[in-house]
Write a protein that binds this ligand. Sequence first.
Ligand SMILES: [Zn+2]
Length: 70
Amino acid sequence: MCDNQVSYYIPKGYDYREVFVKCGNTDHHGERAICDTCHKNPEIMQHIKNQEANIAADNAWARSAGYGEY
Ligand SMILES: [Zn+2]
């Protein structure tokens, strides 16, 4: 994750609109936007994987405790 912007093309009418999401933020699909530079960096990808595993563990804990998902 860095300060790069990841660009997406979103269909709008007969046209496309380009939107930018900062690397590491959530895109319009609800998924994490990762720029090409980070995609090519195994260390960063591993870091992101670890982070998502932590989030999943937190959600599992919250569900079992009856708090629902974050
Ligand atoms: Zn990046």
